[in-house]
Design a protein around this ligand. Structure first.
Ligand SMILES: Cc1cc2nc3c(=O)[nH]c(=O)nc-3n(C[C@H](O)[C@H](O)[C@H](O)COP(=O)(O)OP(=O)(O)OC[C@H]3O[C@@H](n4cnc5c(N)ncnc54)[C@H](O)[C@@H]3O)c2cc1C
Length: 504
């Protein structure tokens, strides 16, 4: 592939084999894959400037969920994990059938079975491809594992993450792209898709440092993220109070790619009223910031109790591990009065709180009543709620590494696991709100990641990947699936685009 220095000003006379819109995990996977499949001149248009490049991928925890049948397979991706004492003994395999079951369960059976199968069947091979390209992976100690009796207990399927999390992943992708001679145009916003007379996509209109330019391309891949940062679209598609939600990641994912594609007849599909949103520090900034990335998350709620401003519990905090509930609990919290909730812990479980809780100061008091007196809640109701919770809790034996079945008895709203009494002060409270991560509505693609039109026919030379792919997630999401989905469909979209470009 030709090596060209990344440039700010694009030349309208150039004909690119493949132009990729976006510079996150999915888009760069597509750009690299296009190069592996015959594309000699690959351009990435990134709306953000160089300092803010990389989309949500940069802000992510870098956690990857993938299927594998043998523990030793992990060494093909992260050889160093063999040096972690007891790691391989503590790991359970995660066959494709288990991944499929998790995906279907949390999405209420709505996830497209064909796309789900492609995602799952390619998950291991794609993460291994990334590792071979030079993306270092490591054990996800602070994200996936729970320490029980001094040993890490790993949840199935989410064991590895990119070294240095999203920042490491993003930096690695840009390094790999640079080595492959892929040109990256920063501060370059794709605005419209161009078509030839036959209806095939032939390029893009972009706005960048050189003004508005029409860029010629033999194939285009859209990897421009969802519409989570667009307040107006959030109000339209997700409804109230989503327009007021804090955005956990990039401010650049405004639905541009979706809009451009739909303007030329692409078929919207999936849960356009749904999104991934998590419990985050109530004081988190309005958009993701690089010094915190995903450290605003507050996901240890299965070990405590959550109340709202009315003083009431409003979810079964422990219906499952956090990785199967966090993506829907953000939305449930956002819909509580004033979009706020209070996570309450006692001393017995404080050691189980994720390290990222240390990025905010908790409210602390010696007794539960004194703690409630410090919160802006309906106090008599909150005190009664916690008294009733304590009277109902404590049935079973506590084990944070498994669904221990330690539950409340007699409450209308049960806590199904890890339901210890809150009885060892000082008591600690973290106020949380719901932060939006990404939206679920997207475009209909074929098995080759080609975008279909509203007549269910492929749009010639248009491909799509990442958050823009519709019909994978509905209602909820199994943790660690966004990055693997982006990489799998990015790799496929790039291969398809590279091959399509070579045919012209
Ligand atoms: C805080 C946080 C933590 C997360 N942690 C994890 C995790 O641990 N594991 C996991 O699997 N998932 C995680 N996710 C989700 C994951 O980050 C996303 O699913 C994934 O990164 C999406 O990749 P993408 O390439 O589709 O989009 P993005 O990475 O968001 O990239 C979109 C790109 O498109 C660009 N763009 C947008 N519009 C235009 C335009 N008009 N022209 C040009 N460029 C444009 C953006 O600037 C950006 O570069 C997390 C997300 C957040 C926010």
């Amino acid at each position: 592939m030709a090596t060209r220095k990344a440039q700010g000003v694009l030349n309208e006379a150039d004909v690119w084999d493949v132009v990729v819109v976006g510079a996150g995990n999915a888009a760069i996977a597509a750009a690299v894959s296009a190069g592996e499949h015959g594309a000699k001149r690959v351009l990435v248009c990134e709306k953000a400037d160089r300092k803010n490049r990389g989309g949500n991928t940069f802000f992510s925890g870098g956690l990857f969920r993938f299927a594998f049948d043998r523990t030793e397979q992990l060494l093909e991706i992260a050889p160093e994990v063999k040096d972690l004492e007891g790691f391989l003994d503590g790991v359970e395999t995660y066959p494709a059938s288990a991944f499929q079951e998790d995906l279907l369960r949390v999405t209420g059976g709505r996830s497209d079975p064909e796309l789900g199968k492609i995602l799952i069947d390619n998950s291991f091979d794609t993460v291994r491809w990334m590792a071979k390209l030079g993306i270092k992976m490591e054990a996800a100690v602070t994200l996936g594992g729970v320490v029980v009796d001094g040993k890490i207990k790993w949840p199935k399927g989410t064991l590895l993450r990119a070294e240095h999390e999203g920042i490491g992943l993003s930096t690695s992708w840009f390094r790999i792209a640079g080595k492959k001679g892929i040109v990256i145009a920063y501060s370059t916003c794709a605005e419209a898709l161009l078509r030839d007379k036959g209806g095939a996509v032939s390029g893009l209109s972009v706005r960048g440092p050189g003004g508005i330019k029409n860029i010629k391309a033999r194939a285009v891949v859209l990897g421009a993220g969802g519409f989570e940062a667009n307040q107006s679209w959030r109000a339209q598609y997700l409804g109230r109070p989503w327009d007021g939600a804090k955005v956990r990641g990039t401010r650049h994912n405004q639905g541009d790619g979706l809009r451009m594609a739909m303007e030329i007849g692409a078929l919207p599909i999936g849960q356009w009223s749904g999104c991934h949103a998590t419990p985050i520090n109530a004081e988190a900034p309005a958009y993701g910031v690089s010094k915190l990335t995903d450290k605003t998350n507050r996901l240890s709620y299965p070990y405590g109790a959550m109340i709202n401003r009315d003083g009431l519990r409003f979810v079964d905090e422990a219906e499952n591990f956090w990785s199967f509930t966090y993506a829907k609990f953000g939305g449930i919290i956002l819909n509580q009065p004033d979009s706020i909730a209070y996570q309450i812990y006692d001393q017995k479980t404080l050691h189980l709180l994720e390290k990222r809780y240390s990025t905010s100061e908790p409210i602390v008091a010696d007794t539960l009543d004194a703690l409630i007196d410090k919160l802006p809640v309906i106090r008599d109701v909150a005190k009664k709620t916690l008294r009733e919770f304590n009277a109902a809790a404590g049935h079973g034996s506590f084990n944070p590494g498994v669904l221990d079945g330690m539950h409340t008895q007699g409450l209308a709203l049960r806590k199904s696991n890890w339901a210890q009494k809150l009885d060892q002060g000082p008591y600690v409270c973290y106020p949380v709100t719901g932060g939006i991560t990404f939206t679920f509505g997207g475009l209909k693609i074929s098995e080759h990641a080609q975008v279909l039109d509203t007549g269910w026919r492929p749009i010639e030379r248009l491909f799509c990947c990442g958050e823009m792919v519709g019909n994978i997630f509905h209602y909820n999401y199994p943790g660690g699936t966004g990055l693997v989905s982006g990489a799998v469909f990015g790799r496929i979209a790039g291969a398809s685009a590279g091959k399509a470009a070579a045919r012209i």
